[in-house]
Ligand binder design. Structure first.
Ligand code: ADP
Ligand code: MG
Length: 265
């Protein structure tokens, strides 16, 4: 992340399916360096699907549209290449990876990005202190036996060390107590002030007490149904999503529909 460079993640008309069922119905979003875009929506709206498709998680089928980073087609790349290109995802439920040490992973990731791992130990210690993570966890297997709060602090620390161009946070706030949420959100806010572009997915606006969104988008049934300023998040907190729930499910391009959709929300 370099404050002088401007990078842009562009999502156009993105349509995607999981297990033959269409979940995204044409999503448009553009996130540039230094911007924080919030994507809010009820359970089952397709928020995690959106993050998974952008990052290239297996099992998701792209039915249409495009995702580019600085004009480069991300959908054509395997996940590791998307990460090396400067995209970083913090998953809603971070994966435990037995036998793989956090510091080794980060050293390899830096080298894969053409950067040096020299000084990594000092940087890790500084970031651990900053995010409130016990430094003993730096040399432990990735996320194994960590509490919800420790996992998200750990993931946020990785984000800070790797300094990607664009970060996608899928419910950074889920499974976090108030202190951990504040520490993680603050760290991401600082990164965004230093040039990181952020797509922050959540359904509660409490994340935004520390991580200030420039734009808030509302995702319902796989479509962005409204976009606006931070006041939109306050409105949702007050009134919920009822106003934005369409009566009918959108027409699917392929796969099942009907009863499945009744339970999608
Ligand atoms: P959100 O993150 O907004 O709560 P998701 O993207 O997780 O929503 O889910 C959207 C819809 O896709 C839901 O109906 C969910 O059941 C379905 N879905 C998501 N992932 C899978 C999967 N791996 N297999 C089957 N259905 C899935
Ligand atoms: Mg989700």
């Amino acid at each position: 992340m370099n404050g002088n460079e401007r990078h842009t993640l562009e999502i156009h008309g993105l349509e995607a399916a999981v297990e033959g069922k269409q979940i995204l119905f044409g999503v448009d979003l553009t996130v540039s360096s230094g911007e924080v875009h919030a994507v809010m929506g009820p359970n089952g709206a397709g928020k995690s699907t959106l993050s998974a498709v952008i990052m290239g998680k297996p099992g998701y089928e792209v039915l249409g549209g495009s995702v580019t980073l600085d004009g480069e087609d991300l959908l054509a790349m395997p996940t590791w290449q998307r990460a090396a290109a400067g995209l970083h995802l913090i998953m809603q439920y971070p994966t435990e990876v037995p036998g793989v040490m956090l510091d080794d992973v980060l050293a390899e990731a830096l080298v894969a990005r053409g950067r040096s791992a020299n000084g990594l130990e000092a940087l890790l210690r500084a970031e651990a202190a900053r995010i409130g993570l016990n430094p003993d966890l730096l040399h432990r297997a990735l996320n194994v036996d960590l509490s919800g709060g420790e996992k998200k602090r750990n993931e946020t620390l990785q984000l800070a060390v790797l300094a990607p161009k664009i970060a996608i946070l899928d419910e950074l706030d889920s499974g976090l107590d108030i202190d951990a949420l504040r520490d993680c959100a603050r760290r991401v806010e600082a990164a965004s002030n230093a040039g990181l572009g952020v797509l922050a997915i959540t359904h509660y606006s409490r994340l935004f007490e520390e991580l200030r969104p420039d734009v808030v988008h509302i995702l319902v049934r796989g479509r962005v149904v409204a976009s606006g300023g931070p006041e939109l998040a306050d409105e949702l907190e007050r009134d919920g999503y009822a106003k934005y729930q369409p009566a009918e499910a959108p027409e699917a391009k392929s796969g099942r529909s009907g009863l499945d959709d009744l339970f999608a929300l």
